[in-house]
Design a binder for this molecule. Structure first.
Ligand SMILES: Cc1ncc(COP(=O)(O)O)c(C=O)c1O
Length: 474
């Protein structure tokens, strides 16, 4: 019987052990230690192909831009480029990395709320596809900067669509109270004011409704909002846009294993187990907008329109796992606060070498990553443990320590787990190493990329003691 988390030809159990595209995960840890991130290039390609299916549902070009913020180790960026996918960056640093990885300007879009002049200059000089503009102030700064360079900047204005989705509050980006973008009225004024600027190509409009969106209908609402704006921009400023960008946010099913799902409150469960085909969501949004345009006699606004998407999580999250070793174990009586006496039962604690320094969302958003024993993957996982990372921080745990019910109370593993056993956290390829830090003097871990031909290449080395002080000047 396969485990519910197994995925054919990708994440499988062989000889009782976890394998990634045929490569033994435990063997990798014997060679390279833990914590260790292992990514699958075939899975990354599969996820990109899945998203590209949206192109079949719209009779217009689709430009798919991987959101580099999700994971931007150079080997991953190169794998994304080799899979014929364009890229979204969020800073001059990510822009530089994208160019170093071989993306051309025409393949790059640039988001961000606080762009500096040097970043704008780099974007304009490299003639990127679009700088996504966060405010009217920024738009005038981009115009001045492009003028200084004697160039024209391609821009797309980021709108506040006021769309709420049922994701984590920290992942909402499209509300009036969110920090991103400009009000539609400001954008209409901007199109009127700058449409003839020789230094701005006012090419498109953009929104992003947030990450891990459980509701596919949000994309229809978003596209309708953008199309309403396109009609107004055309009517009031006489500008016909060449692209619209519907953002990213397609969900990953973090609960592909029924046992854990029942332990979550409904709202959390719906968010973590969200699962729909991006192509269906975009296809439905397109049909709705096309019909609406026909009703309004504005179909010409859709001619030659390119649709952009900028997904991160849905490309990279389930392509990456984190392998960790149990470094310590202890048993502690369960404290019964009602009686204020120790309860008779005990909790078995396992302390690993993977903490929130490399999986920050576990602390900031109480994110859930399914956990298995990589060594005993086929055994029943029904023994409860309290799992925690290595950091000197009481919040560095893999369970609900706040009594908020947002995570399970215990994690389930085979019986008799002891120090030395290799565990695997699944689906943790997105927003993990990308947000990692050296807190507590911990080295950032290495990254292996497993290829189609079952070879595993190290694409990032493990840090050393010297890396901990390399930037210190005194
Ligand atoms: C503007 C923008 N685009 C794209 C993304 C990628 O979102 P996701 O990784 O959920 O697809 C984000 C992430 O928050 C974002 O802020």
């Amino acid at each position: 019987m396969p485990q519910p988390w197994e995925i054919d030809n990708f994440l499988e159990i062989k000889n009782g052990r976890l394998h990634v595209n045929g490569v033994d995960a435990v063997e990798l840890t014997r060679e390279h230690g833990t914590p260790l991130f292992v990514y699958s290039e075939p899975r990354l390609r599969h996820n990109i192909e899945r998203l590209k299916k949206a192109a079949e549902r719209i009779d217009r070009p689709l430009k798919l831009c991987y959101a580099a913020k999700a994971m931007s180790t150079m080997g991953i960026l190169r794998a994304v480029k080799d899979a014929d996918c364009d890229i979204e960056v969020n800073s001059g640093g990510e822009l530089w990395k994208a160019l170093e990885a071989g993306f051309t300007g025409g393949q790059i879009i640039f988001n961000g709320t606080s762009k500096e002049v040097w970043e704008i200059e780099m974007a304009v000089e490299n003639e990127i596809y679009a700088i996504q503009v966060d405010s009217l102030f920024e738009l005038s700064l981009i115009e001045q900067t492009a003028e200084g360079l004697g160039k024209t900047a391609n821009v797309s204005l980021r709108l506040v669509p006021e769309i709420k989705s049922n994701t984590h509050s920290g992942l909402q980006t499209a509300l009036l109270t969110s920090k991103f973008g400009m009000m539609p009225d400001e954008a209409f004024d901007a199109f009127r004011k700058y449409k003839n600027s020789p230094h701005l190509n006012m090419a498109g409009i953009h929104l992003h409704i947030g990450s891990q969106n459980p509701d596919p209908a949000a994309y229809t609402e978003a596209f309708r909002m953008l199309f309403d704006s396109m009609m107004r921009i055309n009517a009031e400023a006489g500008v016909k846009l060449s692209h619209v960008n519907l953002g990213g946010g397609f969900p990953v099913n973090y609960l592909r294993h029924d046992a854990a799902a029942s332990q979550f409150p409904t709202e959390q469960r719906e968010m973590f187990s969200a699962d729909f085909e991006p192509a269906d969501a975009i296809g439905n949004a397109w049909t709705e907008v096309k019909n609406f345009a026909a009703d309004c006699n504005t179909e010409h606004l859709l001619d030659n329109l390119t649709i952009l998407l900028e997904p991160g999580r849905s490309i990279i999250a389930d392509a990456g796992i984190c392998l960790t070793t149990v470094r310590n174990a202890k048993r502690r009586p369960v404290f019964n606060s009602a009686l204020r006496t120790p309860h008779s039962a005990f909790d078995d604690w396992l302390l690993t070498d993977a903490g929130f320094n490399i999986l920050l969302s576990m602390e900031t958003y109480k994110w859930y990553y399914h956990l298995i024993s990589a060594e005993r993957a086929a055994e029943e996982h029904n023994t409860p443990y309290k799992l925690a990372g290595p950091l000197c921080d009481g919040g560095d745990v893999y369970f609900d320590h706040e009594g908020s019910g947002r995570l399970p109370d215990h994690r389930l593993l085979p019986e008799n787990v002891e120090p030395g056993e290799i565990l695997a956290l699944l689906n943790c390829g997105a927003y993990s190493l990308a947000q990692a830090m050296q807190y507590n003097g911990r080295f950032l871990p290495p990254v292996m990329l497993v290829k189609e031909n079952k070879s595993a290449e190290m694409i990032r080395r493990r840090e050393s003691l010297e890396d901990l002080v390399q930037n210190d000047l005194a």
